[in-house]
Ligand binder design. Structure first.
Ligand code: SF4
Length: 330
């Protein structure tokens, strides 16, 4: 199997909590393994198992309301490291390891890294168990590799989450470039956070990508979205209702936007979709305080401009566009 779901660990941990009924959450790309996971857990834990069919985008996205409504005894969240620290419900995070062999990618990457000597190394949670092995490989090839210390939402040294790049920022002056092991999502976040070359070891498409081109394209999109919000009269501030997706305070920016002559409406949404926003026909644009990657990643999915909390500070003249570009969008 591509993934190691740490089922022995999961079984032991579930049994130690003695639940009668559990709810399982799997990330989108891992739902395909539902049958294997559930049958193993059912045989070995003797619990009733329910599987959430709703989307699961990160460790922030705990199905707490679902678990409470279904009266389960435990929520088992696969695929992400612990993100929310204090939860008023029993939750078990089970990290998943990706077994992809990185050797060919590492060999391929040497060419793209030829002009860099001091390099920061990070990865998504699924590849974190290979970080020291990767470090050794590059050191044998005369690179100086540093794994940054964890910061903020990151659970481990060298761990990156899509909304947390402070570990990279903390060492940006000490390196020539960063290597990100994972996918485009994490490496684009890194490229939009630090002004250094980001080289992605893409374990899904098995290719090496310099993120510069995509970064520049996204920056142009962000500039256009911010300009459209500046010109909009009716604005919606979207407050996300997922438990770990609270970025910024709506009270504060609502007042300041009103002082600029805007009409501002506060909307609450759990999962953002174009269909939901279409119903707010007379609203010209949105500021979303849920996952900051929705505005950035899903730019083409929405008909109206959507910006993040941090980008709203540019609209409010509290942050210069140049500072956003130089110090990071995330
Ligand atoms: S807020 Fe967004 S980027 Fe951060 S962990 Fe959740 S889904 Fe990932």
């Amino acid at each position: 199997m591509k993934f190691d779901f740490e089922l022995e660990n999961a079984i032991e941990q579930i049994k130690s909590r003695n639940p009668k009924k559990i709810l399982i959450q799997l990330p989108e790309g891992m739902k395909t393994y539902t049958a294997e996971i559930v049958s193993q857990l059912a045989i070995n834990t003797k619990t009733d198992i329910l599987v959430s069919g709703n989307s699961n985008w990160g460790g922030c996205d705990l199905a707490l309301d679902e678990a409470k409504n279904l009266k389960v005894d435990l929520l088992v969240h696969f695929g992400h490291a612990q993100f929310i620290k204090n939860v008023d419900f029993p939750v078990l995070y089970i990290e998943v390891k990706d077994n992809t062999d990185l050797n060919s990618l590492l060999m391929q990457s040497l060419d793209k890294l030829s002009s860099f000597h001091n390099i920061g190394l990070v990865s998504s949670i699924q590849h974190l168990h290979k970080l020291n092995e990767v470090k050794e490989f590059y050191e044998k090839n005369n690179k100086k590799i540093t794994i940054p210390e964890k910061k903020g939402f990151a659970a481990y040294n060298g761990h990156v989450v899509g909304c947390e790049y402070n570990s990279l920022k903390s060492m940006v002056d000490k390196v020539d470039a960063f290597i990100v092991i994972g996918n485009q999502f994490h490496s684009l976040g890194a490229a939009l956070s630090v002004n250094k070359p980001i080289i992605l070891l893409d374990t899904y498409n098995m290719e090496i990508v310099n993120m510069e081109e995509l970064k520049n394209k996204i920056i142009k999109q962000r500039a256009a979205a911010i300009d459209k919000i500046k010109d909009s009269k009716n604005l919606g501030i979207i407050v996300g209702t997922k438990p770990g997706q609270k970025f910024g305070s709506f009270e504060n920016i609502k007042k300041k936007l009103e002082n600029l002559g805007k009409n501002v409406f506060i909307l609450t949404i759990d999962e953002m979709t174009q269909d939901k926003l279409t119903n707010f026909y007379n609203i010209d644009g949105f500021i979303e305080l849920a996952c900051p990657r929705i505005a950035i990643e899903d730019y083409n999915k929405y008909n109206k401009p959507i910006i993040t909390f941090k980008e709203s500070l540019v609209v409010l003249n509290e942050l210069k566009w140049e500072d956003l570009v130089n110090n990071g969008f995330l």
